[in-house]
Structures are given as C-alpha cells and as structure tokens.
Write a protein that binds this ligand. Structure first.
Ligand SMILES: Cc1cc2nc3c(=O)[nH]c(=O)nc-3n(C[C@H](O)[C@H](O)[C@H](O)COP(=O)(O)O)c2cc1C
Length: 219
C-alpha cells in the first residue's frame, strides 16, 4: 500500500487555555445575527478572500472538496442576480407561497424585494458539486451536501469573526444563479451570502430561540 503521510504538527494547550479559547469563541459567536440591510461601504477584497479561504479548509467526504465559492463584486452582475431573485420572489409572494408560510415569515419583515443583493459590496454564491466530470467519465461525490454545509458553517463563522455581517439567502428556485455565473450542471447553487457592513441603525427581529437544554444531550 502506498504510504504518503506527513507529520501532523500539534501543540497541546493547557486545560485553562482550552476553557478560555472555547469560552471566547462561544461569546463571540453568540453575538452573530442575520442582517438584511447593508451599507454600500466597500470592504477590502483581501478580507473576503481570507473568509472564503477559511471556508475552503472545511473537511469533506473523501476529500472531494465539492464546493465552489463565487465572489461577486461587479455591480452589474450583482444587479442581474437581484433581478433574477426578485423575478422568482415576486411570483413566490404573489402566487406560490401559502398564506400560512407568509404568516410564518412575517416576523422577519421580508418581502419579494431584495435590495441587499445590490447594496452589499460582495455576494458569495456557494455551489455544491454533485459529481466530477472528466471527459465522459462521471464520478459522484459522496456527501457533497454535508461537506458543503460544513463549509458554509465555516463561512458564516469567518464572516462574523472578521467583523462583517451576512444573511444566508435562499432564493427559490435558484437555477438563474448558474445561468448568470455560467456554472456547469454538475454544480448546484445552494445559498447566496451578501457580505459587508450593516446599514447604520438597522434592527434585527427579537427572535425566541430554543433553550440550549433542548438542543443537546450528554450520554
Ligand atoms: C439554510 C438557510 C436559509 C435561509 N434563507 C433565508 C432567506 O432566504 N431569506 C432570509 O431573509 N433569511 C434566510 N435565512 C436566515 C434565517 O432566517 C435566520 O438565520 C434565522 O431567522 C435565525 O436568525 P439569526 O441568524 O439572526 O440567529 C436562512 C438561513 C439558513 C440557515
């Protein structure tokens, strides 16, 4: 069997540092909120690239790395994405969504209009790679949904860690994203993450969250 292993460099921390580091991260993540109103202020591109690089370090089933992050900064392309999304959203709100669904999301005060797709200086559009195609050879990626989900979790944490905000936005249907960004059919769009600074004075819904005790068990 081929042996192609390298040394894993590991520095063991003290229990005090473990507790301190995990507590600091917890406190930081506890302040994260979804933001739907963005400032148009420019963010250094290096920050966005660092955020995406951090997300791209995610573990993945069989090391397939079945994710693609499209960073969109071009105003015209962002506007095309807004138009594509709003065309679908208008139909959703006027014809496709049930009254029950609309009532459920009313606490977020969302409508078919999505100005954040123009306002945020960057959109990160995430695609999951269902299979790899080399000539006629098709190789399915195992766990592409789970792997891309983990990468998007890292993306959200990295955006927050950098001091910026986002909304994980899921237009439906979203195949217009593949058309605008010219992405082949072995990849499917998953979510759009507008990234930037929050609009000054923006408010967030006062959501009722589950108690932590309802979300974990120790065995
Ligand atoms: C998979 C996923 C899809 C989402 N889709 C949308 C969306 O299309 N529009 C939107 O305004 N928020 C969307 N959100 C944001 C959620 O509404 C938000 O995370 C939730 O209300 C909790 O609020 P918080 O992030 O401030 O804790 C989505 C979040 C996730 C994880």
């Amino acid at each position: 069997m081929e042996d192609n292993f390298i040394q894993f460099e590991y520095k063991k921390l003290s229990e005090t540092d473990l507790i301190k580091n995990s507590g600091t991260f917890l406190e930081q993540m506890s302040n994260r909120r979804t933001i739907r109103e963005f400032s148009t202020e420019i963010v250094p591109e290096e920050v966005i690239v660092n955020i995406v690089k951090a997300a791209s370090t995610a573990p993945s089933g069989g090391n397939a790395q079945p994710f693609l992050f499209c960073i969109v900064k071009d105003k015209e392309t962002k506007h095309k994405i807004r138009n594509g999304a709003e065309k679908e959203e208008k139909l959703n709100y006027e014809k496709r969504y049930s009254d029950d669904f609309k009532k459920k999301v009313s606490k977020f005060k969302v409508t078919w209009e999505k100005p954040f797709l123009d306002d945020a200086p960057y959109l990160i559009v995430v695609f999951k790679e269902k299979y790899k195609k080399t000539g006629d050879l098709i190789q399915k990626n195992n766990y592409f949904t789970e792997s891309t989900g983990i990468a998007m979790g890292l993306l959200v944490a990295s955006i927050h860690n950098a001091g910026l905000v986002t909304v994980p936005y899921s237009p439906a249907p979203m195949n217009f994203l593949s058309e605008i960004l010219d992405i082949p059919e072995n990849l499917s769009p998953v979510l759009v993450f507008p990234v930037g600074y929050p609009k000054e004075g923006t408010k967030v819904p006062n959501l009722k969250k589950k108690k932590f005790e309802e979300m974990y068990k120790v065995y």
